[in-house]
Design a protein around this ligand. Structure first.
Ligand code: MLT
Length: 252
């Protein structure tokens, strides 16, 4: 298996991902929030790359069953139902709902990779199960770090590195591009102190300043959920439990 890590999605265009197997990471906080929403029963998450499109889309969909979620400068957007804190995506709030999600980097990275043949979302919370899934798929992989406004972000890169090390446990014959090697080195340095790394990261500091310390603690939890968010045509749904069971059968 060959793994390419991209430290930001802005260095590529949509066609780059055509037909590929892709995992998108935005630890703080889009992919953590998506994982939580699906864990808590959201029917689907529809990522969009502009607020205008989110508004237009929600206007054309069924009232109470669709929520608008996301952030601008870390805060809930005026007129939206939810911000981008995973703590808002409770069962009570999202069960059985479709959520249209706009975020500064993460939802845009997912939309950018929409022509992928297989596209999943990862964060620290679901790393182990995502690694098992990708290993079972057995395809070459593009790991897309959402980054911050086109720049490198430490938390996404460390998450990419830990994902690679999980994959290497399952398949030692993995070939990495230079960014993949660098992500693996970063993971080795930070994997024992994920929360500390999040607190020292650029975006982690901004979230703390805006009162989201709890989100950092939550996002730091490693492999606590067996949720695999899979993007298909226009929305992200949790891979059904029956598919996850099949995955485990394959591994045993
Ligand atoms: C993003 O997409 O940039 C993030 O999820 C931003 C945030 O939640 O603060």
């Amino acid at each position: 298996m060959k793994i390419n890590v991209l430290f930001t999605h802005t260095s590529t265009d949509e066609l780059y991902f055509t037909g590929k197997s892709v995992v998108v990471i935005d630890v703080l906080r889009a992919t953590t929030t998506i994982t939580t929403a699906l864990l808590n029963g959201a029917k689907e998450v529809i990522p969009v790359n502009s607020i205008e499109f989110a508004m237009k889309f929600s206007g054309s969909s069924f009232g109470g069953q669709t929520l608008l979620g996301g952030e601008r400068h870390t805060k809930k957007i005026e007129g939206f139902n939810l911000g981008n804190s995973p703590s808002e995506y409770t069962q009570e709030a999202v069960n059985n709902k479709a959520i249209i999600l706009y975020t500064t980097n993460g939802s845009k990275a997912i939309v950018k990779a929409k022509f992928a043949e297989n596209l999943v979302c990862a964060c620290f919370n679901n790393l182990e199960i995502v690694a098992k899934y990708l290993n079972a798929e057995g395809r070459n992989l593009e790991v897309v770090c959402s980054g911050t406004n086109g720049f490198f972000s430490l938390e996404d890169s460390v998450c990419a590195g830990i994902l690679i090390s999980e994959l290497m446990k399952l398949n030692p014959a993995i070939e990495l591009n230079d960014s993949g090697e660098a992500a693996l080195l970063l993971a080795k340095q930070h994997n024992k102190k994920i929360l500390k790394m999040l607190q020292s990261s650029d975006h982690g500091k901004i979230l703390s300043e805006n009162g989201y310390d709890e989100d950092l603690k939550y996002a730091a939890k490693l492999s606590c959920y067996n949720i695999i968010p899979v993007f298909n045509s226009s929305s992200i749904k949790a891979l059904p439990v029956s598919e996850i069971e099949k995955l485990y059968e394959k591994l045993n």
